[in-house]
Ligand binder design. Structure first.
Ligand SMILES: O=C(O)[C@H](O)COP(=O)(O)O
Length: 248
């Protein structure tokens, strides 16, 4: 017996479009991002994958995406659980910087180390920065220390307790679970589910707005590989993410 987990990265955001490092900066979806989110919900409805519960991060781009996708699937009424533990990785002092300019300034090796290494975080973001979340009320009472920068290993450390204590129990209650989150918080969960090595995860990118479906066993392991509902579009989207920063 397995239960259905649906992972959905938010649609294109305003800073995805501008090619800026985003992290915990709370930007909204673009028109394209809203269309991607609606299409994601249509794909779920066409596949008969109707969520019974929603888990989102505390960031507007994921919350907007969930709302649009659930509306397309006529499931706006499902219960919602939100957590900072599903937030995008905190990009530290890179938040707000242009990816292409950062690549140009620091070179490919340093750019990729900060962007895709497993355990090297960017420099920490000063609380006085305009892109800091030091004064953001949504983090006033979070169950953990508010990060000033994160690497993927840090994201896994703060995301897995939520996976085990909040998402997996919903799955084992027989619910179809929709998780709307972010490129790197979903890379963290996919790494865990698929047993991807610390090295190989650097080559994994999550496309925007495309449902990724897993059949999950009671112990939290996947029964087979995850599957995108539109594999061709997913491959093109992942390639576009990989190309960000390279002037693409
Ligand atoms: O936070 C961001 O900049 C993006 O959502 C993810 O960026 P990345 O694909 O460069 O990690």
């Amino acid at each position: 017996m397995t239960n259905t987990l649906i992972l959905l990265r938010h649609g294109q955001s305003e800073w995805n479009q501008k090619n800026l490092f985003t992290g915990w900066v709370d930007v909204r979806l673009t028109d394209q991002g809203r269309a991607e989110a609606k299409r994601g919900g249509e794909l779920l409805a066409e596949a008969g994958l109707l969520p019974d519960v929603l888990h989102t991060s505390l960031l507007s781009r994921a919350i907007q995406t969930a709302h649009l996708a659930l509306d397309s699937a006529d499931r706006l009424w499902v219960p919602v659980r939100r957590s900072w533990r599903l937030n995008e990785r905190h990009y530290g002092a890179l938040q707000g910087l242009d990816k292409a300019e950062t690549l140009e300034k620091y070179g490919e090796e340093q750019f990729m180390e900060w962007r895709r290494s497993f355990d090297t975080p960017p420099p920490a973001l000063d609380d006085a920065s305009e892109w800091s979340q030091a004064d953001d009320p949504r983090y006033a009472d979070i169950d953990g220390e508010r990060p000033r920068t994160e690497c993927l290993a840090d994201v896994i450390d703060r995301m897995l307790p939520y996976w085990e204590q909040s998402i997996l129990p919903d799955l084992n209650a027989g619910k179809t679970v929709l998780v709307t989150a972010h490129g790197n918080s979903l890379r963290a969960l996919v790494k865990h589910l698929d047993g991807i090595s610390d090295t190989d995860i650097a080559g994994v990118n999550i496309p925007t707005g495309m449902p990724l479906v897993y059949d999950i066993n009671a112990d939290g392991t996947p029964n087979g590989a995850g599957r995108y509902l539109d594999p061709e579009a997913a491959a093109a989207g992942a390639a576009a993410v990989a190309a960000q920063g390279k002037g693409a």
